[in-house]
Ligand binder design. Structure first.
Ligand SMILES: *[C@@H]1O[C@H](CO)[C@@H](O)[C@H](O)[C@H]1NC(C)=O
Ligand SMILES: *[C@@H]1O[C@H](CO)[C@@H](O)[C@H](O)[C@H]1NC(C)=O
Ligand SMILES: *[C@@H]1O[C@H](CO)[C@@H](O)[C@H](O)[C@H]1NC(C)=O
Ligand SMILES: *[C@H]1O[C@H](CO)[C@@H](O)[C@H](O)[C@H]1NC(C)=O
Length: 223
């Protein structure tokens, strides 16, 4: 039993020292409230203020706080267009893959589905209130805003966005050609594309995804 207790303490001790050496933010109730967290009792390193087996650890926006290491975090929340999450844990000098139950300071990273890119990579850490810090966003793959093409084509670009929820009035976050990712009306009707002599016009797709295909008459080629 003594051996086991020592083993557990030594392991935990390594976890603590990992964060004793780093810098910890000063408690900021406004930042903590902004991400929906209530802080635990504040503490100072080396001053015995934490009770009931809690320990003084850096708890992100909350600064040094009394944390119960028996509190586990649930799996990280779902992220749109991401179906894979990698969760790691600092173990001595190594970083290992963490299995549930997740513990204080375990770290989660989201992998976006094919066709999407992580445009905001939150530093997701299991914090002292059984939750995860940070926000990540997987956005649809899309070219960058190209001001030269936009001007040449006389395009009017909507508001910049990464996900639908950033768009108002029922607009969606779509890849809008030279504009890049913008809030746009996906059911917009562009009317007819210009006629070209010695070619016939065929349309594919609908709304913003409608494409005009010019098929040259026989004996002609596209130049
Ligand atoms: C991205 O997520 C949205 C919301 O869950 C879903 O409707 C859409 O089909 C997803 N896109 C792809 C390409 O998986
Ligand atoms: C999108 O465009 C269609 C067709 O022009 C229009 O009927 C609809 O109200 C528009 N939707 C939004 C959200 O602006
Ligand atoms: C190509 O287009 C011109 C103008 O519409 C027309 O006069 C001509 O007959 C067309 N040529 C062929 C081979 O269809
Ligand atoms: C220590 O805490 C800080 C602040 O929350 C965090 O950013 C950092 O990743 C932690 N360090 C380790 C090694 O877990």
């Amino acid at each position: 039993i003594f051996f086991l207790a020592c083993l557990v303490l030594c392991l935990l001790n390594e976890v603590y020292t990992q964060n004793l050496t780093g810098t910890c933010p000063v408690r900021n109730q406004i930042d903590a409230a902004a991400v929906g967290r209530r802080c635990r009792k504040a503490c100072h390193l080396g001053v015995a203020r934490c009770k009931n087996g809690r320990v003084c650890l850096c708890d992100h926006e909350c600064g040094f706080s009394c944390i119960n290491l028996e509190n586990f975090c649930p799996p990280p929340p779902n992220l749109l267009n991401s179906t894979r999450i990698i969760i790691t844990r600092v173990h001595g000098n190594n970083i290992i893959q963490a299995e549930a139950p997740y513990r204080y300071n375990d770290r989660a990273r989201y992998i976006c589905d094919a066709g999407f890119t992580l445009v905001q990579d939150g530093n997701h850490m299991c914090h002292g209130r059984r939750g995860w810090t940070g926000t990540s966003i997987c956005a649809r793959d899309c070219g960058q805003y190209d001001p030269v093409l936009v001007r040449r084509r006389g395009m009017v670009c909507g508001t910049e966005c990464h996900v639908d929820s950033q768009c108002s009035n029922g607009l969606q976050c779509l890849c809008d050609g030279a504009c890049g990712l913008r809030c746009a009306n996906s059911t917009i009707n562009c009317g007819e594309a210009p006629q070209v002599t010695n070619a016939t016009l065929q349309y594919t797709g609908e709304g913003l995804r409608r494409v005009a295909n010019y098929i040259c008459d026989s004996g002609f080629y596209r130049s």
